[in-house]
Design a protein around this ligand. Structure first.
Ligand SMILES: Cc1cc2nc3c(=O)[nH]c(=O)nc-3n(C[C@H](O)[C@H](O)[C@H](O)COP(=O)(O)OP(=O)(O)OC[C@H]3O[C@@H](n4cnc5c(N)ncnc54)[C@H](O)[C@@H]3O)c2cc1C
Length: 482
């Protein structure tokens, strides 16, 4: 039994359970007192106790904390439908979250000050697994899906670097990784979804059915519906992965080589990062070729023409699963050191290739090691032609770079966090000025006007979808869009 199951059981055992809502006092009642509206019958439970509500007021960022009035641990999709309808009637807000205290948001995006958080990790069943796709609950983590699909030699085509994220949470954002140059993001590889809209309707949508909802919900930041199930594309994968790491001292060459690699497709995975080297910074290429034992990759052919620094190449082989799960040991160590629990004022950006070199140089020149707190700086490109998701906003260029400052606030003081968040904001202003876009999962204060600019020229479409699917603004207030 996992520690997660134990903690949920403990929470349920000690929990105070609501049976009604009093619209006059705007509070829950654990008995059916006069004037109270009974809750709909639930297969799961609505938790009111402080421990559950406090857990739902935290996320990976540890920066914002809004305590909900209740936490729904759904026992079925029917519970989610019933509670969204109830919330709509009673003027309450609702948001889905990965799990109590396990949300990977960094700025309160899954929190709800006056309303209900739905713990999606309670619904985490893999319902079907066939040759081309898997039909899964939104609370399933990519890690779990991969463990189930790999025995048949199948994998989702794109995985995030960290695979403990929920399928529903990443489909609401985007889901980028080193295979995105070939396949697009995870949102470009979902085939069908069951969604509970802000009207409380359960709707199945896909490219061929209820297309406007399908297009709204992918990268829709939880604004239009709660994804309850998804059919995720699976592809054949080879069982082994050979990883090549090599350093560049020249940013121009690094970016050029990365762009060349995503065009010629000789590797299966292309990422890169900015690393500390000899008291300065260097650029680390990370590329991977999958293979079957007996037909090992030909290193010299794969590396031909790349201009990394001689003597810096490292080559390692491992299983596909260990490669996909490569961050697990590091994260275990960070947890043991207590650093995983520090605030994370992260900033992820999409930078047009045409100005990537200048922009990256400018940001790096203003970013000290102390500003990063040893967090990684990611830098890698993908191709705009692989993208199909209208509300995933990316710059207008053939190639786009993900440039991520994954900061840890050390020291973890409110002053340091505030200063780093302010730095994020200033960088976002520069990014916008050069035609870049944020990947909106981060610790950046954004006004409604910023959001309008972010979704331009699709803002009207975004606002129209809100009116159509969540006219009373029940869903996901923590994004601060409306
Ligand atoms: C350590 C770490 C590593 C990461 N690595 C990557 C990476 O490699 N690539 C990448 O693209 N991103 C990455 N991210 C960002 C991540 O994809 C987003 O933060 C994602 O939204 C988190 O998913 P979650 O399951 O924790 O969702 P939550 O934080 O619980 O939710 C995120 C948002 O989506 C909404 N939401 C959650 N579930 C649903 C649902 N079922 N239906 C509708 N709305 C929902 C929430 O209300 C909230 O607004 C990383 C984040 C962390 C903390």
């Amino acid at each position: 039994m996992s520690s997660r199951t134990v903690s949920r059981r403990t929470l349920l055992q000690g929990a105070l359970v609501a049976v009604a809502f009093n619209p006059t006092s705007r509070s829950w009642a654990s008995t059916l007192e006069a004037g109270a509206v009974p809750l709909p019958p639930l297969d799961g439970e609505l938790l009111l106790d402080e421990a559950s509500r406090t857990a739902a007021s935290d996320d990976f960022g540890h920066i914002r904390h809004h305590t909900p009035w209740a936490v729904l641990v759904p026992g079925s999709v029917k519970d989610i439908v019933a509670m969204v309808r109830f919330a709509r009637r009673q003027g309450l807000k609702i948001a889905a979250a990965r799990g109590l205290g396990e949300s990977h948001s960094t700025f309160g995006q899954s929190q709800v000050p006056a309303g209900i958080v739905i713990d999606m990790s309670a619904l985490a069943t893999i319902h079907e697994l066939d040759a081309d796709s898997a039909w899964v609950d939104a609370g399933v983590r990519w890690h779990e899906l991969l463990q189930a699909s790999l025995p048949s030699g199948k994998s989702p085509p794109v995985l995030t670097d960290y695979i403990e994220l929920s399928i529903g949470g990443t489909l609401s954002a985007g889901g980028i990784g080193g295979q995105a140059f070939r396949w697009g993001l995870q949102v470009d590889n979902v085939l069908e979804m069951d969604v509970v809209t802000g009207r409380g309707e359960l709707v199945r949508c896909s490219r061929w059915r209820e297309r406007p909802l399908f297009d709204a919900v992918r990268s829709g930041l939880g604004q239009f519906g709660i994804i309850v199930r998804a059919r995720v594309r699976l592809v054949d994968v080879q069982p082994r992965a050979r990883t090549y790491l090599a350093l560049y001292d020249d940013l121009h060459r690094f970016l050029e080589d990365q762009r060349r690699l995503i065009e010629d497709g000789r590797f299966d995975y292309v990422e890169g990062s900015v690393v500390s080297s000899n008291g300065g910074r260097a650029y680390q290429l990370e590329v991977v070729k999958y293979f079957t034992p007996g037909s090992e990759p030909q290193d010299s052919r794969l590396l031909a023409g790349l201009r990394f620094q001689p003597g810096t190449l490292q080559v390692t082989d491992g299983s596909y699963f260990d490669f996909a799960n490569r961050l697990a040991p590091l994260i275990e160590l960070l947890k043991q050191l207590g650093v995983w629990g520090f605030p994370h004022p992260w900033l992820d950006m999409f930078v047009p290739a045409r100005c990537a070199e200048d922009f990256v140089q400018e940001v790096l020149s203003q970013t000290t090691d102390a500003d990063m707190g040893q967090g990684p700086i990611l830098l890698y490109p993908f191709r705009a032609s692989a993208l199909t998701t209208p509300f995933l906003r990316t710059p207008n260029d053939r190639h786009v770079f993900l440039f991520s400052l994954l900061r840890t606030a050390i020291p973890p003081t409110p002053e340091n966090v505030a200063s780093l968040v302010q730095k994020n904001r200033a960088i976002v202003d520069r990014l916008t000025a050069v035609g870049g876009k944020i990947y909106p999962v981060d610790a950046v204060p954004l006004s409604p006007a910023d959001w309008r600019r972010h979704f331009h020229p699709h803002w009207e479409r975004f606002a129209h979808a809100k009116r159509r699917y969540d006219p009373d603004h029940v869903l996901t207030p923590g994004q601060g869009i409306f």
